[in-house]
Structure formats: C-alpha cells, structure tokens
Design a binder for this molecule. Structure first.
Ligand code: PEP
Length: 249
C-alpha cells in the first residue's frame, strides 16, 4: 500500500504570530482519512512549528535546503541544520525555486543527494510549463526532469522520496489539471520509474498532484488510481480548507 500524503506548502507566508494562529486552527481539526499530513512553514518558523506539532500527527517539513554541509553560503540552510531542529523532510525542486532562483536539475540532483545522505525524506517537485503542454511536450519535459535529478540514485533511495507532479500552469492560477490529465501523467511517471527500477519500486512511490487543489476538486483528483495525495499551496493557508482537502481521501 502506498502512503497517501497531503502536504501544505505555505511558501513565504505567515510570520511567527500567524504561524501560531494557523497551527492552533489546524490542531482543532480531525484527520478522518488515512492520509499523512505535512505542513511546510517558512524557515524562520520551523522550530516553533516543530515544537507546537511534535506530539501531533502533522509533520513539519522544510521548503528548501542547500546541498553543502556548511560553509560560505550566505543565507542558506543545510540538511544538518534542519535535522538538528527535528525536521526530517524537505521539499526540493518547487517550480518557484526553479523559476526565481534558477534551480536546475543538476543542482537539484546535488540537493537530493545531500538530503538523502543525511537520512532525510525528499518531496521532489517537477512539472511542465504551459508552452510545453500546448506543444504536447509535457511527458518529455517531466521525464527529463525526473531522469536528470533522480535517475543516478539506487532504487532503494526511493523509500525516502515522494514525487510531486505540479504542472506550472496550474500553480496558484486557479487552473487545475483535470483529474484525467493528472491520472494520465501520474501513470506515465510510474511507468518511467518502472522502466528504470522495476514495478515493485514504481508501485511503492507516492506521487502527489499539485496545482490549485481546493476542497471542491480534491476528492475527484484523489480518486484517481495513481494520485497518492496532494501538495497544496494557497488552500493550505486556511485550516478549514486544508483539512477539507485532507479528508477528501
Ligand atoms: C504549490 O505551490 O505547490 C501549489 C500547488 O500551489 P497552489 O495550490 O496554490 O496552486
């Protein structure tokens, strides 16, 4: 059985007081599904969030990290630093990191290696842009993102990897891939994994969908065979909406 996961990416939202308020609201909701729940607050609030949620079943995860162990990388945060405050999972490869911070597949491969070397779990994001989809190149783009960043790994590494397919044209736009489009791509991703690592590994990896998932569309998206959960941006900033999505499973 693959893990079902709903992860909230708060992006650069919520100062400390707002983080505390949202966590209090999250704690008042009940998870009636089998999905594991994660939230990714901004770096300055990870410690506070971790402490507020350490006895709950909501995992606090990081939005990003650097590949180096330490050193002259002003403004950056290492896997060791995250681990030292109890954070064991990191989101890597989000399209906003790729677009605004020029993160390439090559750089992401180094970050993935660094996280795995420290025993962390990785939520690895990828997805095509609108022009790629219009040109019918979405599978080619997704395949190369996965191959370039992950296919140097041994199959056993996939125990610690969660994939998140996020078509860039659907992130924060209100535009969602249809449940069938999501299923089609998730099945393609699983086949790409199976061709390289065999079907046992391919069947064991959770593949999340991300892109304008809301309470009113989550159930249909999550009903698809190869969709194992969601990476949620905007709707994760409201506890009620977020738990409506979690409980859509
Ligand atoms: C995201 O940023 O990962 C995301 C899916 O955002 P939204 O849900 O707002 O489209």
């Amino acid at each position: 059985m693959r893990k079902q996961i709903v992860a909230g990416n708060w992006k650069m939202n919520n100062d400390l007081a707002q983080t505390e308020t949202l966590i209090t609201a999250l704690k008042s909701h009940k998870n009636t599904s089998n999905a594991e729940v994660m939230i990714a607050p901004t770096a300055t609030n990870l410690w506070q969030a971790y402490n507020s949620l350490k006895n709950s079943n909501i995992e606090v995860v990081a939005q990003n990290m650097h590949f180096a162990e330490n050193g002259a990388y002003t403004g950056e945060i290492s896997a060791n630093m995250l681990k030292s405050i109890g954070i064991n999972t990191v989101i890597l490869g989000h399209s906003e990191r790729r677009e605004y911070f020029n993160e390439t597949d090559e750089l992401l491969a180094k970050k993935v290696d660094a996280a795995l070397a420290k025993g962390m779990n990785v939520i690895f994001c990828f997805g095509e842009e609108l022009a790629d989809r219009k040109a019918g190149n979405q599978e080619k783009v997704v395949e190369s993102q996965i191959k370039n960043a992950l296919f140097h790994l041994e199959g056993s590494a996939f125990r610690n990897i969660i994939l998140a397919y996020e078509p860039v044209w659907a992130i924060g736009t209100g535009e969602t891939a249809s449940p069938d489009q999501a299923q089609e791509m998730h099945a393609f991703i699983r086949k790409t994994l199976a061709d390289k690592y065999g079907s046992d590994i391919a069947e064991s990896v959770s593949i999340l969908y991300g892109g304008s998932v809301k309470p009113n569309n989550a159930e249909e998206i999550f009903s698809k065979t190869d969709v194992d959960g969601g990476l949620i941006g905007g709707a994760s900033l409201n506890a009620e909406d977020f738990f409506a999505i979690v409980n859509a499973f």
